[in-house]
Design a protein around this ligand. Structure first.
Ligand SMILES: Cc1ncc(COP(=O)(O)O)c(C=O)c1O
Length: 398
């Protein structure tokens, strides 16, 4: 009998119910309503000849397997794999699936660290990646070679919040025998369902909205086809980028409130975007929920909401950026996103700082751009904070 022998049928349940109940029944030994943290590296065996369901935490642990199970159910996949970070997930995924000589095409404005995995790590092992604007399907098609094995999509993109048509990319991938891999970190399964749009593999930085409280780093891969289970499980165990039990426990706790948090994030993000449009120090506001966003129609079709991230450019350059960010009181200057508290980041120097400058400029990561992770504080307080900070540079820029 498995630890998770189950009490709960995800196929008959709604998203919020799955987030709270899937793989999270009361502890079988004590009745604790919340699964205890199994802070153990190893598990006693009945005999030397057979291990139980768990033997060593790098290969599985009740907290890790609970997280993997609920994430698989939330994405509508068949199996989840948890990792110690999003990049741990991406590195394990790409190492497991690709071999020297293979070629990947990725959308161009991916998270800087993901760019680094493709550009610095995989290239060393002769797995080549080309970066293309996936909104240009002709350019994407032209980038395919006879060595191409997969298309990698991040949508909405970071930090430009461009939308990529997952269904169209997946259709092209299928027609050419390629895998479609989606980084679903920004949207979460709450707002975007890549498998329903034809994707094969979804991965996440669970550090962001899934954890939701800026207190844990983690990652995940979810597959829709059992065919990849064995190879991924082997690489998960042998690469060893797996999460510790407490990290899984924190991610599980965060997950329970994902739907209500996402709702609050996006309500605030919409209000912040509308407010920013009215401020004279702001040049451009980028939010998929705004009707003037070039991908607004696609966002409406592909997502169940527009998310909690807002990007803006301000009038001026790096010195105005520094002034505004120093003046903010509620928006903390920090990388990362998706926590309940609001953060502001300067992608040009922070999250995407390690990308070559010409690549940044080509993909629209500009020296006057700020990315807001809009938290779930009271909206009037957030607007007031943004106003007083942007007011600091009005005289200088208008
Ligand atoms: C969209 C996206 N994907 C992946 C990552 C990497 O995740 P982690 O920092 O958990 O390794 C990040 C981190 O910021 C991200 O924003």
């Amino acid at each position: 009998m498995s630890y998770f022998d189950d009490h709960f049928d995800a196929s008959q349940s709604g998203f919020a119910t799955i987030a709270i109940h899937s793989h999270q029944k009361p502890d079988p030994t004590t009745g604790a309503v919340i699964q205890p943290i199994y802070q153990t590296s190893t598990f006693a065996q009945e005999t030397v000849l057979e291990a139980g369901e768990f033997d060593y935490t790098r290969c599985g642990n009740p907290n890790m397997n609970a997280l993997e199970g609920v994430l698989a159910d939330l994405e509508g996949g068949v199996r989840g794999f948890a990792f110690s970070s999003g990049l741990g997930a991406l590195t394990t995924l790409t190492t497991a699936l690709f071999k020297p000589g293979d070629h990947i095409v990725s959308c161009s404005d991916v998270y800087g660290g993901s760019f680094g995995v493709f550009d610095k790590i995989l290239r060393k092992y002769d797995v080549q990646t080309d970066f293309v604007d996936f909104r240009d399907m002709a350019a994407l098609e032209a980038a395919l070679t006879d060595k191409t094995k997969a298309l990698h999509v991040e949508t909405p993109t970071n930090p430009n919040l461009k939308l990529i048509d997952i269904a169209a990319v997946a259709k092209l991938a299928k027609a050419n025998g390629l895998l479609t891999i989606v980084d679903n970190t920004f949207a979460t399964p709450c707002l975007q369902r890549p498998f329903e749009l034809g994707a094969d593999i979804v991965w996440h930085s669970t550090t962001k909205y899934i954890g939701g409280h800026s207190d844990v780093v983690g990652g995940a891969i979810i597959i829709k086809d059992k065919r990849y289970e064995e190879v991924l499980f082997m690489h998960q165990k042998l690469i060893g980028a797996n999460p510790d039990p407490f990290a899984c426990w924190l991610a599980l706790r965060g997950l329970k409130t994902l739907p209500i948090r996402m709702n609050a994030h996006q309500q605030n993000a919409m209000a912040v975007a509308e407010f920013l449009k009215t401020h004279p120090a702001v040049d451009q506001v980028i939010y998929p929920g705004l009707p003037e966003h070039p991908d607004h129609e696609l966002a409406k079709r592909q997502m169940n909401g527009f998310g909690g991230m807002v990007t803006l450019t301000i009038k001026g350059g790096p010195s105005e950026v520094v002034k505004v960010t120093q003046a903010l009181k509620l928006f903390t200057v920090a990388v990362s996103l998706g926590g309940v508290e609001s953060l502001v980041c300067y992608p040009y120097k922070m999250t995407h700082g390690s990308m070559p400058d010409d690549f940044k400029l080509k993909t629209g990561i500009l020296p006057n751009m700020l990315r807001l992770s809009v938290g779930i504080e009271d909206i009037d307080d957030l607007k007031r904070d943004l106003k007083q900070a942007l007011d600091v540079v009005v005289g200088a820029t208008v």
